[in-house]
Design a protein around this ligand. Structure first.
Ligand code: COA
Length: 538
């Protein structure tokens, strides 16, 4: 395989300015992650210690194998929502290693409003379960939750993708043969009671763990009966009488030891091997990506410079390098896993779409995972391109992306606009994981273009009515809120708060995140019987 030769001048002013800009964005990101991890009300922390419970992160430290990575899912979910304090949507979720096996972990954080479930918490739980289903990973639930966050109950309860779906998924996951193990480390109230109930094995902590459909406050309100949580659904009730729980744990640490033993005894998983070889670092430092990515997403740059800092030995076998040059396609290895990479190098034309379609088909047939590096303002527009069939060629690419059977991974490294988001495997195209870089922007189109479109529509309307066009003051009044909304709702933090992605990544850590995610995806077999596509419009 050929090595990508860098053309970057690290001494140039442009490189240094880009570097400083991205470094600041990464520092901001790390600060936000730190807040999400640590900012807790002193009263909630005191209550936790009083109950002799571990924090959610201490629980994870005990659960995960020592010195192994944890790929956290959506750590900034719900950022800026509600009272601004429902960090990570009130739960820590991710993929980690327990007794050498890759598992998905879903852990409520009892120090955020009693671990109650907010609308974004439901969404994050469903996303975590989807990851477990798609990648066939066992799930460990560490439950410690007051159930639905009652003031927002209408947003959590009735619809198809609301709370009920969590337990529906548990039934489906069970039928798929994916193990689900539950630790009852606090309250499992109302809906949350179904998490242990629908799991294969339940470990229950003495004194703090309790399971009931109606908690003591509800029982008091409904019947006037005063009862403690322990009497209503404590460890003795469920391990000795009801049979809802299977194992009696003395405390949090003991509970986690039992969970680890259960995982140890799960049958081994035969992982799919796409032709793994020994991992080797890139020739160039991944942190150099900071200096490569321009400050403005409008400024073009060569995506090969990014690829050179993501892949093993910076080796890249480029496909059709002279055809459809606005999309770079080719094969490489990431942490030893073979991948087919598609990276934008400009607007998508008919040629680049056709190239993508052929490339995806080849990777799909060979069982090679696909990595999309998305930096796309859209498909080319205009008379000439419509005549040339850009819509039908874009369709072929979208069709192939949607129905490819190999695992897909998307990193939005810059712009993500319009149908370009679809063709480059946006969230709706079911990549196994999708991340944003902190500089990324997402939307139907950029704010400036959207505002111009609205002004043109208005002027056309006025012309039809025989009236003069808009004056500059009115144009400004129309444009400003549209640009402002696109700015506010199109940035990486808004995206990640809404769970449109699985998290914002430091560009320098992207290679490692991809490696972990690809490794996790190998737990699921590739369904050769599902290989094939719908009709490609010719
Ligand atoms: N909805 C909204 N807020 C809730 C809540 C719920 N279901 N359950 C707890 N909270 C809030 C409390 O108001 C409190 O908020 P504050 O810190 O702003 O005062 C915070 O969560 C912590 O609750 P607190 O009772 O002080 O802490 P705790 O650790 O002693 O107990 C629970 C936590 C969850 C065990 C307990 O609050 C409880 O039993 N809640 C009700 C559970 C229930 O019946 N849920 C039914 C939902 S379907």
């Amino acid at each position: 395989m050929e090595v990508i030769e860098t053309r970057i001048d690290k001494e140039s002013r442009e490189y240094k300015e880009n570097y400083e800009h991205m470094k600041t964005l990464v520092e901001d990101l790390n600060r936000e992650l730190e807040i999400a991890r640590k900012d807790r009300a002193p009263r909630a922390m005191a209550r936790l210690r009083e109950q002799n419970k571990l924090t959610v992160w201490e629980r994870l430290d005990h659960l995960l194998d020592k010195n192994t990575p944890f790929l956290e899912i959506a750590p900034l979910a719900a950022k800026g929502m509600y009272d601004g304090k429902v960090h990570s949507a009130g739960m820590v979720c991710g993929i980690g290693r327990v007794k050498g096996k890759e598992v998905v972990i879903h852990a409520n954080d009892p120090t955020i409003k009693g671990g109650t479930i907010y609308p974004m918490g439901v969404k994050k739980t469903l996303r975590t379960q989807t990851i477990a289903m798609e990648n066939r990973l066992p799930i460990i639930y560490l439950v410690d939750s007051g159930g639905a966050f009652l003031p927002l109950q209408s947003e959590i309860f009735p619809d198809v993708d609301d709370g009920g779906r969590i337990f529906y998924n548990q039934a489906v996951i069970s039928k798929m043969g994916i193990p689900q193990i539950c630790a009852v480390m606090g309250l499992c109230t109302a809906g949350a009671a179904y998490i242990p109930a629908m799991s294969d094995e339940v470990v229950h902590v003495k004194g703090t763990g309790a399971i009931f459909l109606g908690g003591p406050p509800l029982v008091l309100a409904a019947t006037g009966e005063e009862v403690t949580a322990e009497e209503l659904g404590g460890v003795d009730v469920h391990c000795r009488h009801s049979g809802v729980s299977d194992y009696y744990a003395q405390d949090d640490v003991h509970c986690i030891e039992i969970i680890r033993d259960i995982v140890k005894n799960l049958p081994p998983i035969e992982k799919y091997d796409p032709g793994i070889r020994e991992s080797a670092p890139p020739l160039y430092d991944p942190e150099e990506i900071y200096g490569i990515v321009p400050k403005s997403i409008q400024t073009p740059y060569d995506v090969r410079e990014v690829i050179a800092r993501l892949v093993d030995r910076s080796e890249f076998h480029e496909f059709k390098p002279l055809y459809g040059p606005t999309l770079v396609c080719g094969w490489a290895y990431i942490h030893g896993y073979p991948v087919g990479i598609l990276g934008n190098n400009g607007v998508l034309f008919s040629e680049s779409s056709l190239k993508a379609t052929q490339f995806i088909q080849i990777c799909d047939r060979r069982g090679i995972p696909l990595v999309f590096l998305q930096n796309i303002s859209g498909y080319m527009v205009g008379k000439e391109y419509e005549k040339g069939g850009i819509t039908k060629d874009g369709h072929k690419m979208v069709n192939a992306v949607a129905t490819a059977i190999v695992p897909k991974f998307t990193v939005i490294i810059g712009a993500s606009f319009g149908a370009g988001n679809y063709g480059m495997c946006g969230r709706a195209y079911s990549p196994r994981f999708l991340w944003m870089w902190p500089n990324a922007k997402i939307g139907v189109m950029g704010g400036e273009q959207a505002a111009d479109v609205m002004v043109t529509i208005k002027n056309n309307q006025l012309k039809r009515e025989g009236k003069p066009p808009l004056d500059p003051e009115t144009i400004k009044r129309i444009k400003e809120p549209i640009i402002e909304a696109a700015e506010r709702e199109g940035n990486a933090y808004y995206s990640t708060a809404n769970l449109w992605d699985d998290g914002i990544l430091d560009p320098a850590k992207t290679r490692d995140a991809l490696g972990l995610a690809i490794s996790a995806s190998m737990n699921a077999p590739i369904r050769r019987d599902r290989l094939g596509y719908g009709i490609f419009r010719m």
